[in-house]
Design a binder for this molecule. Structure first.
Ligand code: 1HN
Length: 357
């Protein structure tokens, strides 16, 4: 691999080289030495920008979609969170999709399955359920729910008032490799084959059935209720040694392995105490934050520029790959987040720098 210096030294050969490149292009070949600096950059070059979606500002527009299209017609009534730097490519950060989904009382979002995996994080409302792999689970604000790749799932709502959740999917990762598959179920609702609460009872009580060897890639728990995760944070804060960047940050895990609850998406819940002023952190993962409680600020540096985004309950914001950022909290705050950390770790490419180093 020659470097740019070598190219310059022989710049008198420019016309011959250009002619050569053109000839080789005819054979679908191109010279690495002309593109290597752009192909493998010394540091990440990221088009995605840090951005915040103000829930109060978008909520009425989201609810309006309920009058414009039914869940039956839409299949899923979702507004996609488009990163302003990524050209409407349906990504919130390079590797992840995010959307806000609305379901109204009496509606059914019909059963289907797809190769991308999904997570739900419930924003508001009561009475909606999701059925995953034949088991129904009612969704409450703050609950984190997994829909594994290629699992049948449908949603319904037999309560009152709108229910909204955030959808997080690994669509861009799957699209990069190619194997996007989608299939609609013959019936609107896949048959209930497992009694509600079954997976919690089997795997969510610090026990597991004897004699079973689990072979799935994702956690057998598919609903992580907020009240339990929140209670854990509340208990831990008593003796917490707060992380200087993250406050008190917990990762959702598969109880049978201790590994990430999902194979491609890492998921976290963290508490920042009132007055928290975090140190700078940078990581190669793209992160999506959803504010569960409280308010504060995040300062994110992209290139020469630092932006400050003020967040409050239900806002969603993203921090793309390798952008130094730090969190501050005005009051006791809780943040849910998801990222591509576990996928990067499996590929051996994940990095982080914590503190001012
Ligand atoms: C999907 O199936 C759901 O099942 C939500 O609720 C968002 C975004 C893209 C493709 C499929 C759902 C989706 C999706």
């Amino acid at each position: 691999m020659s470097d740019a210096g070598t190219v310059n030294e022989h710049s008198n050969l420019r016309p011959e080289r250009e002619a050569y490149y053109e000839r080789m292009a005819g054979f679908d070949l191109s010279p690495l030495w002309e593109v290597n600096r752009r192909l493998v950059t010394p540091e990440p070059v990221i088009d995605a920008v840090p951005h915040l979606w103000d829930y109060d500002a978008i909520r009425s527009g989201l609810l309006e979609s309920g009058d414009l299209i039914t869940t039956k017609e839409a299949q899923r009534r979702v507004l996609i969170l488009e990163n302003p730097g990524l050209d409407n490519s349906h990504r919130i950060v390079d590797s992840l999709f995010a959307g806000l989904q609305l379901i109204m009382p009496g509606e059914i979002a019909p059963a289907h399955r797809h190769s991308p995996a999904a997570l739900r994080f419930v924003m508001e409302g009561h009475g909606a359920y999701t059925a995953v792999g034949g088991e129904r689970s009612y969704m409450k604000p703050g609950d984190f729910i997994i829909t594994p790749a290629w699992a049948w799932h449908d949603h319904g709502h037999d309560g009152d008032g709108p229910v909204v959740w955030m959808d997080g999917l690994d669509i861009p990762m799957v699209a990069l490799f190619g194997p996007l598959f989608f299939e609609v179920h013959a019936e609107d609702q896949a048959p209930d084959t497992v009694p509600p609460g079954d997976s919690q009872a089997r795997y969510g009580a610090n026990m597991r059935p004897v004699g079973e060897s689990w072979t799935r890639l994702e956690s057998p728990i598919f609903n992580y209720p907020y009240e339990r995760s929140r209670e854990a944070l509340e208990q831990l804060r008593q003796g917490a040694d707060w992380d200087k960047c993250d406050g008190l940050k917990m990762q959702y895990v598969d109880p049978t392995t201790g590994q990430s609850a999902m194979p491609t998406i890492s998921t976290f819940l963290q508490m920042l105490p009132k007055g928290f002023s975090g140190e700078t952190w940078r990581t190669t993962e793209g992160v999506v934050y959803s504010v569960t409680e409280g308010s504060g600020r995040v300062h994110v540096t992209k290139g020469e520029e630092t932006v400050t985004m003020n967040w409050k309950e239900k806002d969603i914001f993203c921090v793309p790959c390798w952008m130094p950022h730090r969190l501050e909290a005005n009051e006791d705050s809780v943040l849910f987040s998801y990222s591509d950390r576990v996928a990067q770790q499996k590929l051996g490419i994940w990095r982080e720098i914590k503190g001012s180093a």
